[in-house]
Design a protein around this ligand. Structure first.
Ligand code: HEM
Length: 281
C-alpha cells in the first residue's frame, strides 16, 4: 500500500484523524509472509525489545485476539481458514500480532489518563517499547516536538470521548536512510554531513516511511487498541510513480522546525534530502 500524506502544504504536527471504515481495519499486502517471518524471529530472539504486557492489558489483549479471529476469515477468506485457531500457548496479544502485519498496542484507562498496558511492536521507527510501558500519552510523546502545545490536550480529550462505534485512522510519515522495519532507537542515523552519493544513489537508498495507524475503543474491555502498519518505498521509486511527489516533499519538509528535523534524525541527511527534492525527475 502506498500512502502519500505530503502534498506540499506547510508541515504541522496535527491529529489528522479520519473516520475508519471498519471493513478496512486491517490491511494485508504482498509483504505479509516476509513481515510475519520477521515478527516471529523478533518475538523469539528479542522478545524483551518488541513485546510487553502488564496485567492491566490482559482483558484488552484477549478482546483483540477475539476480534481478529472474527475479522480475518471474514475479510480475507483466501488467506485465513474459518474457524481460525490461534496459538493458545502464547499471550493473547502475541498470538494476535502473529496474525497481522500491524503492530498492536493496548491503552488502558488509569487515574484519568490512558496508559500503555500491553504491546507488540516489532517495527518501531526509532523508539524503544520498553521505555513506554506504563506511560501515559504525554510520557509516550515526550520526545515529539510540538506534541504538547499543539495536540496533547486535544488527544486526551479525544480519548476520553472516544466511542466504540467510531474507530479512526491517521498517518505518520518520515524519511529514513534504511529500509529496515525493525528500527529501535539505538539504530540512529549514520553520522554524515554529505553522503558522497549522487542524488540518484541517495534517492535509491533513502526511504519515505509511512505508518497507517488506527484507533478503536474496544467495546467490552473499554481499552483503546492502537494499530500501526508500516510501509516504506525508496524516494526514487515514489518519484517515478508520482512525479509531483519530489516537489511536494520539498515544499513540506523545508517548512519543518529545527526541533522537528533533529527529532526525525534528518540533520545529517538534510543537504542530500534538499538536493533530491530539487533534482529533475
Ligand atoms: C490520536 C492519537 C495520536 C496522535 C495524534 C499521535 C501523534 C503523534 C505524532 C505527531 C508523533 C510524531 C511522529 C513523527 O512526526 O514522526 C507521534 C509519535 C509517536 N507516537 Fe503517537 N499519536 C497518537 C497515538 C499514539 C498512541 C496510542 C501511542 C501508543 C503507543 C503512540 C505512540 C507514539 C510513539 C512511540 C511515538 C514516537 C515517540 C518517540 O520518538 O519516542 N501514539 N505520535
Amino acid at each position: 500500500m502506498t500512502y502519500l500524506p505530503v502534498k506540499g502544504e506547510p508541515f504541522t504536527v496535527s491529529m489528522g484523524l479520519r473516520t475508519l471504515d471498519f471493513d478496512k481495519w486491517i490491511e494485508i499486502d504482498e509483504e505479509y509472509e516476509v513481515e510475519l517471518a520477521e515478527k516471529r524471529e523478533l518475538l523469539t530472539n528479542r522478545k524483551s525489545e518488541v513485546f510487553a504486557a502488564l496485567p492491566g492489558g490482559l482483558a484488552g489483549s484477549v478482546e483483540v485476539l477475539e476480534k481478529l479471529i472474527e475479522f480475518l476469515p471474514e475479510h480475507f477468506p483466501q488467506k485465513f481458514s474459518s474457524p481460525l485457531i490461534p496459538d493458545k500457548s502464547l499471550h493473547p496479544l502475541e498470538a494476535a500480532s502473529l496474525l497481522v502485519q500491524e503492530d498492536l498496542v493496548i491503552m488502558s484507562p488509569q487515574d484519568e489518563q490512558w496508559v500503555l498496558t500491553a504491546a507488540s511492536v516489532c517495527f518501531p521507527s526509532r523508539w524503544d517499547l520498553a521505555s513506554k510501558v506504563g506511560a501515559n500519552m504525554h510520557g509516550i510523546h515526550e520526545p515529539v516536538p510540538h506534541y504538547e502545545d499543539r495536540i496533547g490536550s486535544a488527544t486526551d480529550a479525544m480519548f476520553t470521548k472516544f466511542t466504540s462505534d467510531r474507530p479512526v485512522w491517521r498517518i505518520n510519515w518520515t524519511v529514513l536512510d534504511s529500509p529496515d522495519l525493525f528500527q529501535p532507537a539505538v539504530t540512529g542515523h549514520k553520522a554524515r554531513k554529505h553522503s558522497g552519493q549522487t542524488v540518484e544513489e541517495f534517492g535509491d537508498s533513502t526511504y519515505f516511511r509511512t505508518e497507517r495507524q488506527t484507533l478503536w475503543k474496544l467495546p467490552n474491555s473499554g481499552d483503546i487498541l492502537f494499530t500501526i502498519h508500516t510501509y516504506r518505498d525508496s524516494l526514487n521509486s515514489l518519484a517515478k510513480r508520482y512525479p509531483e511527489f519530489r516537489i511536494q516533499l520539498g515544499q513540506t519538509i523545508s517548512t519543518t522546525s529545527e526541533e522537528t528535523r533533529a527529532y526525525k534524525g534528518w540533520v545529517p541527511l538534510w543537504d542530500d534530502i534538499i538536493a533530491w527534492t530539487k533534482h529533475a525527475n
